[in-house]
Design a protein around this ligand. Structure first.
Ligand code: PHE
Length: 344
């Protein structure tokens, strides 16, 4: 029996060192080994069960030896377990190690498109004057884009605003002016709104033309609004946009939906009015169209022209952007080349 016990001890030790050398899951293998030798149905227990057949002298000796073998194996297994745990902890720490000295990964921060930046600057000025910003559809009824603005079918004014037709009645809007109609139809004066957005015309692309561009519309309707209010408002706007020295002038013009109508120029901010390349020697730069809302348009929207009057204006945003940043070619604004856009 002693031999048997020593044999068990030897085998267990062998198996243990083999396990520590190459078992894939050492923890599990170790537990299996413990059960195999020391468990209730284990080999050592089996030997102890057979002790009944020993003589009275032999029993304590073999018993002591069995206890020694058990204690020795338990200690070895316990040590092996600690070793495995330490090894696994170190491995985990190593895997999760963070090198704080490695340079970080930079995501490139985007920014607002120059058109968006200037649009925001423009609307902010009008918000400061008590205007509200409203939106209108880019896919618009012919009725709102032309008809209700006093531009009937076959009117020559349509020639300069040829557009893209969805069908007979629906177009891509050629101007932000239909928003005037939509607002007047649904609201009661006093009205004070601006409406920036995309507009479309069927123009061939070149350095100064694009079939898609941006405008900002303005509309004020109240009792006793006059041309003076129009001029004062636009002068204030020009000063905020171009600086305190900015001056404007109104030139007579014609729009179907305003009467009287004017084109508004700003004194050239490059030469101060003397005439230069930017203003083509004029001293003035045209920035917008404007006028007093036509009584016919007011009536068409259910507003009594004897009680109310108002003014409207509409300006192209690209031109303002291009002059602000000295951009010579309109196409650059739409190519979305980040190397270009990054500069603003
Ligand atoms: N919608 C006109 C254009 O695109 C500009 C304008 C707006 C003129 C409002 C008068 C009043 O040319």
């Amino acid at each position: 029996m002693r031999d048997k016990l020593q044999e068990i001890e030897r085998l267990a030790k062998e198996e243990l060192s083999a396990l520590m050398a190459d078992a894939a899951d050492k923890k599990e293998a170790l537990e299996n080994l413990r059960v195999k030798y020391l468990g209730k149905k284990g080999e050592l227990t089996a030997v102890l069960r057979g002790m009944g057949g020993l003589s009275a002298e032999e029993r304590p000796i073999v018993g002591q030896l069995a206890n020694e073998v058990r204690a020795s194996l338990e200690t070895l297994i316990e040590q092996a377990k600690t070793q495995i745990e330490e090894y696994e902890l170190n491995k985990k720490l190593k895997e999760e190690e963070i090198d704080v000295t490695i340079p970080g990964k930079h995501g490139e921060a985007g920014r607002l498109h120059p058109i968006t930046q200037i649009t925001k600057e423009m609307t902010d000025i009008f918000i400061g004057l008590g205007f509200e910003v409203v939106d209108g559809p880019e896919v618009e009824y012919d009725y709102y884009n032309f008809e209700k603005l006093n531009i009937p079918k076959n009117h020559p004014a349509r020639d300069t605003q040829d557009t893209f037709y969805i069908n007979e009645e629906i177009v891509l809007r050629t101007q932000t002016s239909p928003v005037q109609v939509r607002v007047m139809e649904t609201r009661k004066p006093p009205i004070r709104i601006v409406s920036p957005g995309r507009v479309y015309r069927s123009d061939a692309v070149d350095a100064t033309h694009s079939p898609l561009f941006h405008q900002m519309e303005g509309l004020v309707i109240d009792k006793g609004i006059t041309m003076t209010d129009l001029k004062g408002t636009l002068e204030l706007f020009a000063k905020k946009l171009y600086g305190e020295d900015a001056k404007i002038r109104l030139r007579p013009h014609h729009f179907n939906f305003t009467e009287p109508s004017a084109e508004v120029d700003v004194c050239c901010f490059s030469c101060g009015g003397k005439g230069c390349r930017l203003c083509k020697g004029e001293g003035w730069i045209e920035i917008l169209g404007a006028g007093m809302v036509h009584p016919k348009v007011l009536m068409g929207c259910g507003i009594d022209p004897d009680e109310y009057s108002g003014f409207a204006f509409g300006m192209g945003i690209e031109r303002i952007v291009m002059r602000r940043y000295g951009i010579k070619d309109l196409r650059l604004l739409f190519e979305n080349d980040v190397r270009f856009l990054k500069q603003f």
